[in-house]
Design a protein around this ligand. Structure first.
Ligand SMILES: C[S@@+](CC[C@H](N)C(=O)[O-])C[C@H]1O[C@@H](n2cnc3c(N)ncnc32)[C@H](O)[C@@H]1O
Length: 189
C-alpha cells in the first residue's frame, strides 16, 4: 500500500507535516470533534490525522476541486480502516460548496487549499462553527515570508490579512502554532 504522503509527493502536492498532523489529531480529540470540515482534501494525509482524533462516530466532510485527488483520498481512507460512512467527500470549489453547509453545525474546520481564498474561508468558518468550535488554517508562515515586510506577493498579503483579521476580531480566541507550515488556530467565542 502506498501512503497518502508518497502519493502526494508523486503528484507534487504539498501535504501537512507529521508535526502539524499530530496537532490536527490533538485538536480534533480535545474538541471531541464529531463534525469536521476540511477544505483541501489532497491525497488524504491531513484527513487521516483529523479522523484519528475525531470521535469514532464522527464524519469528516472534505472538499477539493480535483476529482483525481479525491479518488486517491477515498481509497486511502478505506485502506486506513475508515468506513465510507465516516467521510463525506465533496467535489467542487470551496467557495461554491461552503454556502451549502449548515450554520453552527461543525466542531472543527481545517483550511488548506487556495491561499487567496483564506479570508473568505475563515469568514465562512465563523458561520459554520458552533460556539467553542476550532478553526485551523495551514500555511500561517507563508513559507517564511510572513515576517518579511518586503514580501508583497498575493499569497503572503492574503495570509497576513487573514492572521490580522482573526487576531483583531472579537469573535475568535487565536494562537499560531509553529508546526510545519504554521497553523493559525482560533476558537470561536
Ligand atoms: C495543499 S493541498 C491539500 C493537502 C491536504 N490538506 C493534506 O495535507 O494532505 C491543496 C488542495 O486544495 C485543492 N484546491 C485548490 N484550490 C481549491 C479550491 N478553490 N477549492 C477546493 N479545493 C481546492 C487542490 O486541488 C489540492 O488538492
Amino acid at each position: 500500500m502506498q501512503t497518502a504522503r508518497a502519493l502526494a509527493h508523486e503528484l507534487g502536492l504539498p501535504c501537512v507535516s507529521p508535526g502539524a498532523g499530530s496537532v490536527l489529531s490533538l485538536l480534533a480529540a480535545a474538541g471531541s470533534a464529531k463534525a469536521v470540515v476540511e477544505i483541501g482534501t489532497g491525497t488524504g494525509v491531513s484527513g487521516i490525522w483529523l479522523l484519528r482524533g475525531m470521535r469514532p462516530d464522527g464524519v469528516l466532510t472534505t472538499i477539493d476541486v480535483e476529482h483525481e485527488h479525491q479518488r486517491i483520498a477515498r481509497r486511502i481512507f478505506l485502506e486506513a480502516g475508515y468506513a465510507s460512512s465516516r467521510t463525506r467527500i465533496i467535489s467542487g470549489r470551496s467557495l461554491d460548496v461552503l454556502p451549502r453547509l449548515a450554520d453552527g453545525a461543525y466542531d472543527l474546520i481545517f483550511v488548506d487549499a487556495d491561499t487567496t481564498e483564506f479570508e473568505a474561508c475563515t469568514a465562512a468558518a465563523l458561520r459554520l462553527l458552533r460556539p467553542g468550535g476550532i478553526l485551523i488554517v495551514n500555511g500561517a508562515h507563508a513559507n517564511g515570508r510572513i515576517s518579511d515586510p518586503s514580501a508583497r506577493d498575493v499569497d503572503t498579503l492574503t495570509i497576513r490579512e487573514t492572521v490580522k483579521a482573526i487576531r483583531e476580531s472579537e469573535d475568535w480566541i487565536p494562537a499560531i502554532i509553529p508546526s510545519g507550515a504554521g497553523l493559525l488556530t482560533a476558537v470561536k467565542r
